[in-house]
Design a protein around this ligand. Sequence first.
Ligand code: KG4
Ligand code: ZN
Length: 340
Amino acid sequence: MSLLLAIESSCDEMAMAVLKDQREFLSSVVASQIDIHAMYGGVVPEIASRKHVECVSLVLKETLQQAHVTMEQIDAICVTKGPGLVGSLHIGLQVAKTLALAFDKPLIGVHHIAGHIYANNYEKDIVYPALCLVVSGGHTELVYMKSPFSFEVIGETLDDAVGEAYDKVGRVLGLPYPGGPIIDQLAFQGKPQYTLPKPLDDDSYNFSFSGLKSAVINLAHNMTQRHEEMNHENLAYSFQNVVVDVLVNKTIKAAKEYHVKEIMLAGGASANKGLRQKIKEEVDKMPGVILSLPPMSCCTDNAMMIALAGKVMYDHHLFSDLSLGIKPHLDLELESIEEE
Ligand code: KG4
Ligand code: ZN
């Protein structure tokens, strides 16, 4: 029996959750700042950390109240140590260290992307070897996992992350931040009209989305100059089509090469309906391969995912002491646990 408190504050969400044993969540609270950052068209780091300071004690109080537990009953505190925004990470980590000191609890520093990946442990245990396509606002990576908590990044974006590209295209279309979920919706109402370049359609497992983003910006610019009206639904359709195609093609190719038993999606953009639909179609053609899609509540930043990754670390006694510092650029592969 274990009770873990998890804290996630790497970007513009202050989130906490209490996890009992393997996967029973007693509470999960997410204080989002999306409305505030939407006014600026993206996350403003200084504002994010100030808002975290303002709400952190209330989020903690609500998380414990919802779970009907006290700090004394908690067995360990899991916290995102990186990667992420410096100021934002600091708030979560300082709160975690203060609680660890005051209540004499072990501390577990969790990699944010390990958290996104372990959102796939929400309903059932991941089956290894596994492959995870991580698509978030700051990351786009193909991660091969031969065993639990072993991470090999076999491909990554050379420039923009998927979520970032969605948000930038959203800005061109005049959509509020974050553009990702809205473009996803618009895409389902659109049809083929615009031809966009395929992003890095090569034999590697790397991705590149800045050329595609520039193509959309140029298209919008040229149409404005010609006083033509852009069809937002049709542009969203074409954009989503090329993005989803390249993501799914490379994931399936890697899954075959690495003979994985499970394919997973992770990160904020794994909420994308087009991506979920297309990967399901492809994995359905691969007998014996399991597809894992995290529940929607576990796709964008939350603390349940940090608790799920933290639980694996807790079971392996991977604790940190109070010298734990934030790591804004943390290498996922270095977090791997060697096989016993
Ligand atoms: O994982 P996340 O919450 O934060 C980071 O760790 O970056 O991801 C946020 C990103 C944003 O860029 C947002 O536009 C994108 O995830 N996103 C989506 C969708 N829902 C969220 N992108 C495409 N389609 C969606 N449905
Ligand atoms: Zn994230």
